[in-house]
Every structure is written in structure tokens, then in C-alpha cells.
Ligand binder design. Structure first.
Ligand SMILES: [Zn+2]
Length: 488
């Protein structure tokens, strides 16, 4: 098979991380966090001599150890390149330990009475901070007496949290400080005394949203505990089992008690980001568009259809403005290689608007059934827009090619559309994902063909083989155009 990759995604890292075992000790006075991370990893390709990890600019690395051996390393912008003492062989688990200190940064916020993380995990722990770098986590936080601490994962004692199902590091987080607390063993709320005035209303709305999302997605909230921490400044950050929100948002509920959108949006990420995560940043809308849309749908269930229409109209208005400013992009957009590039408003607001269009196109019953299928089939798996399309098509009982091509996928470079032509013993494809090629080959050869390359993106390729007897029953020449191809 010869392939010419058209996608512009950064080269995949040649290793995977199984687990992180992290200890952190924040010091509010010095605005420093002392950390140690043990990383269990394995090479994915041949023998690996250098391990490239992410470490924010505010992270100062003291030492990197393989057992007792100190390893050489080099800082390069937000990366640390570790020279392994002996190459890591494919598939063989290895471990190294990094001791570091982290100062304030985009992903680590200090205040006189609290500290918390925000999205850029490599600002407080050295890691492979890519969305496909999913791993388990053990996090231990040393905090002064009297502080309250919350973190991603299930609590294991007072100062330890564990994530047992692999999750992308950008969903790891913590908050620690002199918070007050409300809630129970399943739903915790931390914040200032002022926030506590609104605790009953927040807990009530959160419980209602938990019930709504479970009913609509067909899947209960997956962990024993969900914690919301209301902090200084303005985090709006989902983490696995933990959401950070601005304390001003809680006190704003005094004037606007129905302003539950943000609370619901972040909670919806426990399904769409934590449970099912976009495979790379190009499909970030599967996290953000779905969380935005699901928050709108929760508001519909609580306050009526008019409220839903208003929220969708707001998203449509933002999308229209972006279009006028020349900032429209396909929802599934290969040029988004970093969260910063992907983090504009398109994934959120065009995403929610397009999901509403899809709901109208399919009708309520099929649409919600499609969302259930998507959720059930992809739980704990990374996804692309193709998985959403396949689930919606299964529920609709018809192809949604036209809809997804118009609203989700980007036109192929040069204006060409994905295409695939096959004849006996050969397939020529343009701008084609390998999963689609496998499906096409399965149909053409009438035998299951599985894509186990792990490669994503789209490819121009020509595949030739020697036809066997059974395939001679297949038509000699078949033209397979975009409609069949995209139905895959
Ligand atoms: Zn979000």
C-alpha cells in the first residue's frame, strides 16, 4: 500500500503512557508547587532513544531518573526531551521519574488562599499532554491542615485520587485551599462562605442535570463522586469528575437563578470529553459542541422550549457573526493541531447550532436514539465525527452524507471530494480515511477487512492485490462515488 498523508496533524508520539503517579505539594506563599511524577510508558515503534514530554514554561525540572540513574534532558520551549539511558523497546513497559517545581502559569493559578489547575496540565505535571495520550492517574496532594482539596478521579483517602480508566491529561485537575463545603458523598461543592448561600440551589440544579443527561444519553454518570469548586477569577473548566467554576457565577445566581447554562455545560463534559473524547483537536467540537447543545437541551427540559430556542438562536447569532468576519471553519477541521487553535467559538456555537439542525432533520425520536447509540458504542473510546455520523445514521435508518458534508466535514484540498474507485484487484482512493477503505474492501471482497493501522487522517492511495477465486464473482468494475463512500 502506498499512502500520501494529506492531514497536517503533528506527528504522533512514538510511545504511549500507561499511568502517571503524581505527588504535588503547593506552597501558596511562594507561589510554587513541588512535584514528582512517575511515568509508566512503552514505545510504540521499534526502539525509542528519546522521550518527548510536555512541560510548561513555568516548570523547572530538577532531575529525571530511571531507577537511580540520572538521565540527561533538554528543554525546548514547552517540551522536555529525555535521553533514555537505554532504548525503550516496542511494547516493553518502562518507567521514569521526574522531580520538578512549577510556578504560576496558564494552567496553574495561585491566590493567597487557594490554588487550582486549569486545562494546561503540563503546567503543573510533566506529561504527554495530547488528547490521545490517555492514561490512568494516581494523584497525591500534600495540603496544609484545614484546607479542603478536590481532584480528578475517585478519592482514595483524604489526600489521594485515582483515575482507573485511561483519560487524556487535559482532563486531570485539582483545587486546594481554604474552602467551605456542602453536598454529600456523591455530589460535593466547595467555595467561599458567599458561595455556600447558593449551595442548595446549585446542588438541586446539578442533580437535575445529572438525571437529565443520564436519561438522554442512556448512560448514568460514571463515577462515585462529582465535585464542583467555585474559585477566584474565572475558570470554566471540566476535569474528570471535577469542575471548576467562577465564584462570581454562583453569586450571580442571586439576580439570575435560571442562569444554569454554564453549570450544565461543564457537567455535560463528564459524558462528552471524559467518557467519550475527541481523538485529536480536529474534532474538538465533539466535546464542546455536544456539551453546549446538551446544556441547551437541559434548559429546555427545565424551563421550556422557548429557553432552548433562545440558546440555539444565541449560538446561531455567534456563528453568523463569525461567518461575516470570515472565521467560519468546518467543524471537523484538520488544521487544528493545538487546543489554542481549536479553542475558538466555532466548536461551541457552530457545533450546538448544527446539532440542533440535525435534530430537526432527523426528528426528536431518532435524534435522541442516535445520541444514545453514539454514547453506548463509544464509551471510553476516542472518537471522530465519523462515529457520530454512523450512530445518527443507524438511528435515522438512512444516510446523512449530505448533512455531514455540508455542516461537518471540510472540503478536501483543491475542492476535490473524497472518492474511491475499485476494480478487480485494485482500489484507488482520494482523501479517504482508512476505516472507509476497510469498509469498502469488505463490501467489494465480501469478507471482513479490518483497519488495524491505528492511523487517522485521510489518505490518497492505490491498493493492488491478486484476486482470488471468490472475488471473481464480484463485478469486474465498480464505480464507488462519494455517496456510498461517506455512508461508511
Ligand atoms: Zn466546554
Amino acid at each position: 500500500m502506498c499512502c500520501a498523508q494529506a492531514a497536517a496533524a503533528p506527528a504522533a508520539r512514538l510511545y504511549s503512557v500507561d499511568s502517571y503517579d503524581v505527588r504535588i505539594a503547593p506552597d501558596l506563599e511562594k507561589q510554587r508547587l513541588a512535584g514528582e511524577v512517575a511515568i509508566r510508558y512503552r514505545s510504540r515503534a521499534g526502539s525509542l532513544a528519546t522521550l518527548e514530554l510536555d512541560a510548561g514554561l513555568g516548570v523547572e525540572i530538577a532531575e529525571v531518573l530511571d531507577g537511580k540513574t540520572q538521565l540527561q534532558f533538554e528543554r525546548r520551549s514547552g517540551l522536555v526531551l529525555v535521553a533514555l539511558a537505554r532504548p525503550a523497546l516496542q511494547g516493553v513497559p518502562r518507567r521514569l521519574t521526574i522531580r520538578y517545581r512549577a510556578g504560576p502559569g496558564k494552567g496553574l493559578k495561585f491566590f493567597p488562599d487557594q490554588v487550582y489547575s486549569e486545562f494546561f496540565t503540563s503546567d503543573w505535571m510533566v506529561c504527554n499532554d495530547r488528547p490521545d495520550g490517555r492514561a490512568t492517574l494516581r494523584l497525591r496532594i500534600a495540603a496544609p491542615k484545614g484546607w479542603r482539596v478536590a481532584a480528578s478521579g475517585a478519592p482514595a483517602g483524604n489526600s489521594e485520587w485515582r483515575i482507573g480508566t485511561p483519560v487524556a491529561p487535559f482532563l486531570y485537575g485539582f483545587a486546594a485551599g481554604r474552602f467551605q463545603e456542602a453536598g454529600d458523598a456523591h455530589l460535593r461543592l466547595l467555595g467561599s462562605a458567599d458561595v455556600m448561600l447558593f449551595a442548595p440551589a446549585i446542588l438541586d440544579a446539578t442533580r437535575a442535570a445529572l438525571r437529565f443527561f443520564a436519561a438522554r444519553t442512556g448512560r448514568d454518570y460514571a463515577a462515585p463522586l462529582y465535585t464542583q469548586v467555585f474559585t477566584h477569577a474565572s475558570p470554566m473548566q471540566e476535569n474528570a469528575n471535577l469542575t471548576l467554576l467562577p465564584e462570581a457565577y454562583a453569586s450571580g445566581l442571586r439576580a439570575q437563578p435560571n442562569d444554569l447554562w454554564l453549570l450544565a455545560h461543564e457537567l455535560a463534559h463528564q459524558w462528552y470529553a471524559v467518557g467519550i473524547s475527541c481523538r485529536d483537536w480536529s474534532d474538538f467540537w465533539l466535546n464542546e459542541g455536544l456539551a453546549t447543545f446538551m446544556a441547551d437541551a437541559f434548559l429546555e427540559s427545565r424551563f421550556g422550549r422557548e429557553r432552548y430556542e433562545r440558546e440555539i438562536e444565541r449560538s446561531r447569532g455567534i456563528y453568523e457573526r463569525l461567518k461575516e468576519e470570515g472565521k467560519d471553519r468546518a467543524l471537523s477541521f484538520r488544521a487544528w493541531n493545538t487546543p489554542q487553535e481549536a479553542g475558538g467559538q466555532i466548536p461551541y456555537h457552530k457545533g450546538a447550532y448544527v446539532l440542533d439542525l440535525l435534530r430537526r432533520e432527523m426528528g426528536d425520536e431518532a435524534f435522541w436514539r442516535g445520541l444514545e447509540i453514539y454514547t453506548r458504542n463509544n464509551w471510553n473510546r476516542p472518537v471522530t465525527s465519523r462515529e457520530l455520523q454512523a450512530a445518527m445514521e443507524a438511528a435515522a435508518g438512512k444516510t446523512l452524507d449530505g448533512f455531514f458534508e455540508e455542516w461537518v466535514y471540510e472540503p478536501v484540498d483543491g475542492g476535490g471530494r473524497p472518492s474511491m474507485q475499485s476494480r478487480r484487484g485494485a482500489v484507488t482512493a482520494k482523501a479517504t480515511p482508512l476505516a472507509a477503505l476497510a469498509r469498502n474492501l469488505s463490501l467489494a471482497r465480501r469478507t471482513p477487512v479490518v483497519d488495524s493501522t491505528g492511523a487517522h487522517g485521510v489518505f490518497d492511495l492505490k491498493l493492488e492485490w491478486t484476486p482470488d477465486d471468490t472475488s471473481s464473482a464480484a463485478p469486474e468494475s465498480t464505480e464507488i462515488g462519494p455517496s456510498l463512500f461517506t455512508a461508511l
